[in-house]
Design a protein around this ligand. Structure first.
Ligand SMILES: [Zn+2]
Length: 242
C-alpha cells in the first residue's frame, strides 16, 4: 500500500531488489543514483526544478503538463509512445525467453498498458493472478516501474516453474524482472532528456520568452534614460534587431 507517496511495507508484502544483487553485465554500469533519486521523488523533473529555482516552470518539456516523477513514465507528449512501446516489447520478449507463466505475462503487459493509458483492463484472470494484480495495484503500477513488485508474482512464477519442472527459481526470475523494469524506467528518462536538451520544447520556449521580456524591458529603460543625451546612439537601433 502506498500512502502520501510512501510505500507502507507493513500492509503489503513487497519485493525490491538491492543493487548488490545485480550480476547482469548491462547493470554493472547502471546509473543506480537515478533509481534512488527517482523513487524518492527528488530528481530533475519540472516540479523539483521549479522548487529548486533551476527552471522558470514545472512544465514537462514533451507535453507542457506539470512534470512529476510519475509523469515521466506516462507522458503522452512529443514522440513518447515509441520508447514506451519499444521498452514494453523488450520486456515481453524477455519474459517469454525466461519461461514466465503466460498468465503472468498477459497480466503484467495488460496492466502496464492500462495504467499508462489510463484505461480499464477488461481481461479476466484466474483468482490467483487477480490477487497479484490487486496487490500490485495497491502498491501502484508506477512503483512497479521503479522496482516495487508484489511478492505474489514471485510465488506464482515459482509455482509455474515447479509445474514445468525446471531448475529455475521464482526468486531469481523476480530479481531479473525488477532489473528489466528499471531498464524501462531508464529508457523513458533518457527519452525525456533527449527532448529537453536536444530539441526545442516547452521549457526552452519559456526560458526564451523570459529572456526576450528581460531584453525588451532593459531596452525601454535604457531608451528612456538616454534619450536626448549624448549617449542616445547606444539605443539608436530597432528592438527587433537585438
Ligand atoms: Zn509530458
Amino acid at each position: 500500500m502506498v500512502k502520501n507517496g510512501q510505500v507502507q511495507q507493513e500492509s503489503t508484502r513487497l519485493c525490491c531488489m538491492g543493487r548488490n544483487r545485480s550480476s547482469t553485465t548491462i547493470f554493472q554500469t547502471f546509473p543506480w543514483a537515478f533509481i534512488t533519486k527517482h523513487t524518492a521523488g527528488m530528481c530533475g523533473v519540472g516540479k523539483c526544478m521549479l522548487r529548486w529555482r533551476k527552471w522558470p516552470t514545472d512544465e514537462c518539456p514533451r507535453c507542457g503538463q506539470q512534470e512529476t516523477t510519475e509523469h515521466i513514465w506516462i507522458c503522452k507528449g512529443k514522440d513518447s509512445l515509441l520508447p514506451w512501446t519499444t521498452a514494453l516489447t523488450r520486456l515481453e520478449k524477455w519474459m517469454e525467453a525466461v519461461q514466465t507463466d503466460p498468465d503472468i505475462i498477459a497480466a503484467i503487459m495488460n496492466q502496464l498498458h492500462s495504467w499508462r493509458h489510463d484505461i480499464e483492463d477488461s481481461s479476466s484472470y484466474s483468482w490467483e493472478i487477480q490477487n497479484a494484480i490487486d496487490q500490485q495495484t495497491d502498491i501502484c503500477w508506477q512503483y512497479a516501474i521503479e522496482g516495487w513488485l508484489s511478492i505474489e508474482w514471485e510465488i506464482l512464477q515459482q509455482s509455474y516453474l515447479d509445474n514445468i519442472q525446471t531448475n529455475c527459481t521464482g526468486k531469481r526470475w523476480m530479481s531479473e524482472l525488477i532489473k528489466q523494469l528499471w531498464a524501462i524506467a531508464w529508457d523513458l528518462w533518457e527519452h525525456h532528456n533527449s527532448i529537453l536538451h536536444d530539441q526545442m520544447n516547452t521549457v526552452t520556449d519559456t526560458r526564451q520568452k523570459m529572456v526576450d521580456r528581460a531584453i525588451t524591458n532593459m531596452f525601454y529603460t535604457a531608451s528612456a534614460l538616454l534619450s536626448h543625451t549624448i549617449d542616445d546612439f547606444l539605443v539608436a537601433v530597432h528592438l527587433q534587431t537585438l
